[in-house]
Design a protein around this ligand. Structure first.
Ligand code: FMN
Length: 218
């Protein structure tokens, strides 16, 4: 829409404060209650996420809702195998025992499973902006996921990102276009409990560090 005939939103101090709370209370969730997420809630969240920015306005994300129990069981198997390998890679290091105690997915409990892929050559966007950096398509999909993460939190729905998976096997098991790249497997559902600190911090795996550690000036 290209018109001046609109009223711009006026984000109030209350909204700003709520937004800060949203960012502080968004969590990666691995402990879900079993009650379902109503379809209309999920649809609304996906509509909101679909407003995310994308290179050339290409909206290259492709979202697969995985409901079929056999496919879900296949994904769980792929995760468990990948997790065993990841665990073994820690060997006898200091972190090995701690890794084994972490819960790194809520695949069995989460009522909603979404797999996110990216189309490497979407017609939409006509290639704009991605000639030198094709990876911007994947970045766009990640922006969509982050938008979904925040929108879900507002509705009380938790999201857990599972990446301990073999991406090629996930594409096969979900029978998607072989040219698509796998970006993320997302578990959604109502969290058992809400927290304002990451689970990896609470479990003493990795705490957040100050922003100043990550800012450079040139
Ligand atoms: C790209 C990406 C991949 C992730 N993969 C996993 C995963 O496989 N398993 C998991 O438990 N958490 C995963 N996470 C969640 C992170 O562990 C989590 O975001 C981080 O510990 C900070 O916690 P918070 O999201 O609650 O702030 C992933 C997050 C991102 C952004």
């Amino acid at each position: 829409m290209d018109t001046d005939d609109f009223s711009e939103p006026d984000f109030s101090d209350g909204f700003r404060s709520d937004f800060e709370s949203l960012l502080s209370w968004r969590r990666d969730v691995r402990h879900f209650r079993k009650d379902p997420v109503p379809d209309d809630v999920l649809e609304r969240l996906l509509e909101l996420a679909d407003r995310a920015p994308s290179v050339g306005n290409s909206q290259p994300w492709r979202i697969v809702r995985v409901d079929d129990p056999e496919r879900r069981a296949g994904v769980i198997q792929i995760h468990e195998e990948a997790n065993r390998e990841a665990s073994a890679a820690y060997g006898t290091s200091e972190k090995a025992e701690a890794y084994r105690k972490l819960k790194l997915a809520g695949l069995r409990e989460a009522p909603v499973h979404l797999a996110v892929f990216v189309d490497p050559d979407p017609e939409q966007g006509h290639g704009l902006g991605r000639a030198t950096m094709p990876e911007t398509l994947a970045y766009s999909a990640v922006g969509m996921i982050q938008t979904l993460w925040l929108a879900a939190r507002i509705e009380g729905v938790g999201l857990g990102w599972v990446s301990i998976l073999d991406p090629v096997r996930i594409g096969c098991i979900l029978d998607v276009n072989p040219s698509w790249s796998f970006i993320a497997y997302l578990c959604l559902g109502y969290p058992e409990k809400n927290y304002d600190t990451p689970e990896l911090e609470r479990k003493r795996w990795q705490a957040r560090t100050p922003l100043s550690d990550r800012i450079l000036k040139r």
